[in-house]
Design a protein around this ligand. Sequence first.
Ligand SMILES: Nc1ncnc2c1ncn2[C@@H]1O[C@H](COP(=O)(O)OP(=O)(O)O)[C@@H](O)[C@H]1O
Ligand SMILES: [Mg+2]
Length: 243
Amino acid sequence: MDIQVSHVSKSFDQKQVIKNITFTIPTGQICCLLGPSGSGKTTLIRLMIGAITADEGTIQFADVQMPNMNMLKKVGFMPQNDALYNDLSAEANLYFFGGLYHIDKRKLENRIDEVLAIVDLTEHRRKLVANFSGGMKKRLSLATAILHSPKILFLDEPTVGIDPVLRRTIWDQFQLIKDSGTTIIVSTHVMDEVTECDKAALIYNGSLIEYGTVTNLLEKTENGRVEELFFIASSESKGGAVR
Ligand SMILES: Nc1ncnc2c1ncn2[C@@H]1O[C@H](COP(=O)(O)OP(=O)(O)O)[C@@H](O)[C@H]1O
Ligand SMILES: [Mg+2]
């Protein structure tokens, strides 16, 4: 399913943190929301999943205006801070989330085996999450987000605090999920992760400063480094051109 964000703005306490953002993410692609800390990535994701409402503008998944309860069943979300139960085992966490998604018991048992294998936690399934490392929690969090085979998957800084080797395996998993036809929106402040994505939306100070295919965006830079696009935006905003 494609995602259409049209003229979306959002303020908190009189301060506009999302400023008139418009872009479309095609079905089955990976789009990263790239931007420094505090630029508005999490807020934009929360707007897209309908956790908060926009002051202005609209968000559509396929032809359906969000928020929409039926559509939300097709959405997976991995929050920036893992929403897991520490006093439950990995498997018990998955049963809990499976219950929330109303997956029937037989199907759920099979699907839990499947997602545990995908995130490589099968041998740890009976361990308490309290005893998990940060990386294991991230992987379990991903498993809960894909349990119901969502058509659209939102991942908010999924690789923060994860070592490069594990980061590689996690990106491999995202590519497999993409290959199954799921549209993926992933936020990151790690510039080199952009090359894993089809599209990139550069967010700076609540504004969308660049959007396009990763290939096109990299062509706009002199040294093939996305950081450069932010340097341009920040010098323009200091000069008062962008605000
Ligand atoms: N619930 C909230 N109330 C007030 N301000 C908020 C709230 N959520 C986010 N903000 C502010 O909005 C801005 C963008 O935050 P956020 O979306 O979390 O950025 P990012 O995810 O890119 O780090 C920040 O200035 C942050 O302080
Ligand atoms: Mg964030």
